[in-house]
Design a protein around this ligand. Structure first.
Ligand code: HEM
Length: 169
């Protein structure tokens, strides 16, 4: 996205070159599938944006919508950083539910696997509370991006919550 304070489009910072396959806008093909033992299964659509402004950081926003009514639902935004000289990756994330978290993991080719490193929530977040998140992004051979999210809450062990694929939009 163009920044009014910058004269021209910046080049991608070499520090995040290994994440260039994520850059751009993505839209779910088929509705994503949501599940968890304590809730009815649901379907959703989602738009992802990964951008940069030349810093050694990727910026992102994830906006989910109800698959039929298109009503806005879950939203996340944040930053991705890579540890220089390694394949360690960190996602720094704020969620509209009142959760903020850092997920860390590894970048292997065009796949990122992440686990909760730190997590905090508003003092008035409703229960059950998320205790742990594990997430994977993978660019498939057919050019589609796939995201899988599992979570553990205060009353359920780690289990899949979301699975969705996207095409470039
Ligand atoms: C429910 C966490 C992403 C839709 C929940 C619950 C938690 C949670 C803790 C309550 C489970 C229970 O009652 O036992 C998260 C986390 C996410 C995430 C940590 C991201 C890392 C999403 C996304 C959607 C979504 C992208 C897409 C629309 C829902 C729905 C429910 C739900 C529909 C059930 C109704 C409700 O409790 O609001 N989620 N969620 N979630 N989540 Fe997510």
């Amino acid at each position: 996205m163009a920044c009014p304070f910058q004269q021209s489009a910046p080049s991608l910072n070499p520090a995040v070159l290994a994440l260039d396959w994520l850059l751009g806008s993505w839209e779910s093909d088929e509705p994503g599938e949501g599940s968890f033992p304590t809730i009815p299964p649901f379907r959703y659509s989602e738009m992802l944006q990964f951008t940069h402004v030349g810093q050694p950081v990727i910026n992102f926003t994830f906006n989910a919508f109800h698959a039929e009514s298109k009503k806005p639902m879950h939203r996340e935004c944040g930053f991705i950083r890579l540890q220089p000289g390694t394949n360690r990756v960190a996602f720094i994330i704020a969620q509209n539910s009142g959760l903020v978290e850092i997920e860390e993991g590894e970048l292997t080719g065009q796949q990122v696997t992440l686990q909760t490193h730190a997590l905090a929530r508003t003092s008035f977040s409703k229960e059950p509370h998320v205790q742990q998140i594990s997430r994977e992004f993978r660019l498939r051979g057919d050019g589609r991006l796939e995201q899988t999210v599992s979570m553990a809450t205060s009353n359920q062990p780690l289990m899949q919550h979301l699975h969705i694929t996207y095409h470039r939009s």
